[in-house]
Design a protein around this ligand. Structure first.
Ligand SMILES: Nc1ncnc2c1ncn2[C@@H]1O[C@H](COP(=O)(O)OP(=O)(O)OP(=O)(O)O)[C@@H](O)[C@H]1O
Length: 697
């Protein structure tokens, strides 16, 4: 082995690489690797535990349910805990696979805007490294000329130094600019991919109502994607540049110490030993910041939750004069947060002290020793030589500059590692979100259920996890709604109605009644395709270009952002309206039908307001019914949508709807509406139902 090593070193020397240069490079590489290794575990630990504001607080794998948690929250926490148990974000194979998948979305083709930005960014990074070397050696030579009283050469060098400053500053700001552009480009690609998935097949509804794998889709779509994209862009420069820097710095320092005829191994070796020992100490004594930060985020999230509850329910609280109770709750939440923050500050106090001591003093001292070793070990004869003094000054200045750059590179390498670990966490969150979107789009759900689904006597097919399989069929055909042996099953796997069979032809106006929670609205969810069909068959008319097959109006109407026109034609846009050749006069007539003509007189159709707050409860319901007259669907699914409308207006609305050929499916508890219907579907609340023609009295 020694013979092989010696031959290898001889070969290097033959190719112009001295033994000293090579050993310096190897030691430098070892220091870098060790630093990265030593910093890794605590950071990974930290990232695992520091999660979003809605994250769970877990201790020894047991969920701590604070007094504020409801059953729904408990369910969410359970789901989150399960997710953490199954997939651990970290630097593993899964991270690489997920990262490659995301990179394919961010850089869809070999030749695209992103690759051009990446190429320009790389050129700038390489240029910056070379420029810093040129500047460091120039500064060394300038000091040498000062010591030698060589004014001519000093002035020449100063001018050259200033000349280099211009491209150097330009390259620096270009690096930042390109990094930001790259991050934004990546983000845009990811966001448009995410939006495409989120708005196909009602994924936005399904992933929050039928699936519990994603707790906060909004946070993942905004914060997580943005952080992931900027982290990838940042990491590229943070990883490549310090490695490149360290390599060149090592070579340059070896060259300059070689000129001083000194040993080049002892310095880096010393640095390696010192960095290893101090980094190990820091790792051992570091407090568990991950857990502490996670708990802080949790308490902060609760404080925000209380604030938003007060804003949402301000009117109710004001009527009740409930401000004392609310204030008390706010104060308690705030105090819990500040108490915990104080604990973090105290723990951080001594740790930061130790960290600063090592990094600022121990590492700097080691650097000084490294730089001075070649000078301190020179012979007495060369020490007394006049040229030797200026050479040593030049060496010292150049070495000092290189050392500063080297320290900067090591620091950046350490923070790059932090970023890789952080990136693993965000990669997991973003990739997981896409995965869940894809699943829910295809109708594959995973929900932690409170109820066990083990009633195998019921006519459902069950999977190995004892959850019912989505085995029903939807057929778009004919003009009638035909429900055949379809069970009504909630997302929690509660079977409300084991088997429902109903046929509704156009013109059969059906009144749907039954006690609270018997499954009336759930039937509408099934007809609209929001809930999966676990069995049987559902035939509904295929969608038509001129009018929708079904139009649902809920009890709590939704007011969109936009003008008065947008409220009436929702979910159409103005372009859709113009294409359908609907004039403003038609909109005015529609408002008249629902007794809202005064709104059109008060505001013009372009008026943009906060309609949710401006309109009264009954007015909002009437506005929702105006949409029915605009869209004129084949079937109207009316879910207690006139509960706040006066009886006379309600009657005229029903008469009008029937007269323009809309078939009504109405959920109501009001007996006054019976006369507008031809059939009745009665649920008994025990899973039974009865569908028959309406008896006229
Ligand atoms: N998203 C959901 N996840 C789980 N269970 C749900 C969900 N939505 C409704 N349920 C449950 O399904 C059952 C039927 O609800 P549904 O809304 O159909 O009742 P309903 O007959 O319309 O009642 P009401 O007359 O009070 O409006 C209820 O027990 C309800 O708790």
């Amino acid at each position: 082995m020694p013979a092989v090593a010696s031959r290898f070193l001889n070969e290097l020397e033959r190719r112009g690489i001295s033994r000293q240069t090579f050993s310096c490079f190897v030691v430098g590489l070892a220091v870098g690797t060790y630093v990265v290794k030593i910093v890794a575990p605590p950071l990974r630990e930290r990232l695992k535990t520091s999660r979003s504001s809605s994250s769970l607080s877990s201790d020894n794998n047991n969920i701590i349910l604070t007094e504020e948690k409801t059953i729904i929250e408990a369910e969410k926490l359970l789901a989150e805990r399960n997710a953490i148990k199954t997939v651990q974000p970290g630097l593993n194979k899964e991270f690489i696979i997920q990262l490659i998948q995301l990179v394919r979305i961010m850089i869809p083709r070999p030749v695209c805007r992103e690759t051009a930005l990446l190429a320009a960014h790389t050129v700038c990074l390489v240029s910056r490294t070379f420029l810093s070397f040129i500047v460091a050696s120039m500064e060394g030579r300038m000091v040498k000329f000062i010591v030698q009283h060589d004014i001519r050469n000093f002035s020449k060098m100063l001018l050259q130094w200033l000349g280099i400053a211009l491209p150097a500053t330009f390259v620096n700001s270009m690096i930042r600019y390109l990094e930001n552009r790259l991050a934004l480009s990546f983000r845009t690609r990811l966001v448009s991919h995410a939006y495409r998935l989120y708005f196909s097949n009602q994924v936005y509804y399904r992933c929050s109502n039928l699936d519990s794998r994603i707790e906060n889709a909004d946070q993942r779509l905004t914060d997580d994607i943005a952080t992931f994209a900027s982290s990838v862009a940042h990491l590229y420069s943070h990883l490549t540049k310090p490695c490149f820097d360290l390599l060149l710095i090592g070579l340059a320092m070896a060259r300059s110490s070689q000129r001083m005829k000194a040993s080049v191994v002892s310095g880096p070796l010393l640095a390696f030993v010192v960095i290893s020992i101090t980094a190990s100490i820091l790792r051992i004594v570091s407090p568990k910041f991950g857990q502490l930060v996670s708990e802080e985020a949790h308490r902060y999230g609760y404080l925000r939750h209380i604030h938003s509850r007060i804003i949402t329910n301000a009117e109710e609280i004001a009527f009740y004069r409930g401000h004392r109770v609310e204030l008390q709750q706010l104060r308690e939440a705030y105090e819990r947060l500040t108490r915990h923050m104080n604990v973090i500050f105290e723990q951080r106090l001594w740790f930061v002290m130790l960290e600063q001591f090592f990094m600022k003093y121990v590492w700097s001292g080691t650097g000084m020793v490294m730089v001075s070793l070649p000078i301190l070990t020179t012979s007495k004869k060369s020490r007394e030589n006049a040229n030797g003094i200026s050479d040593r000054t030049q060496y010292l200045t150049t070495a000092r500059n290189l050392l500063i750059s080297g320290a900067d590179a090591i620091e950046r390498l350490m923070s790059s590692y932090k970023e890789i670990v952080a990136l693993a966490g965000y990669t997991h969150r973003v990739a997981d979100m896409f995965h869940v979107f894809e699943d829910t789009r295809k109708g594959v759900y995973s929900k932690t259920t409170v109820t066990e689904c083990k009633n195998h006597a019921l006519p459902l097919e069950y999977g190995p996890d004892d959850k019912p399989i989505v085995a029903g069929r939807i057929i778009l055909e004919g003009a009638s709604i035909v429900v055949t042996k379809v069970p009504v099953v909630t997302p929690n796997c509660d079977i409300i109605v084991p088997s429902l069979t109903v046929t509704i032809h156009p013109g059969m106006h059906v009144l749907i009644t039954g006690p609270n929670g018997c499954g009336k609205s759930s039937l509408f969810r099934i007809l609209s395709g929001l809930w999966p069909i676990y069995g049987g068959e559902l035939r509904i008319p295929p969608p038509r270009a001129d009018k929708p097959c079904m139009f649902y109006i809920p009890q709590r109407p939704y007011m969109s952002i936009g003008s008065l026109r947008d409220q009436i034609i929702y979910p159409d846009t103005r372009q859709d309206m113009l294409r359908k050749k609907v004039s403003e006069q038609v909109l005015r007539d529609i408002l008249k039908m629902v007794a809202l003509e005064h709104i059109a007189q008060r505001d013009n159709f372009d008026e943009v307001r906060d309609w949710k707050d401006i309109l009264s409860g009954g007015e909002k319901q009437r506005m929702a019914i105006a949409r029915l007259f605009y869209h004129r669907p084949q079937y109207a699914l009316l879910d207690e949508c006139t509960s706040a409308v006066s009886i006379d207006v309600e009657s005229s609305i029903y008469e009008l709807a029937k007269s323009i050929g809309i078939t009504l499916l109405t959920i109501t508890h009001r007996p006054t509406l019976r006369r507008f219907h031809t059939h009745i579907l009665e649920f008994d609340g025990q899973g039974g139902w009865n569908f028959k023609p309406m008896m006229t009295s």
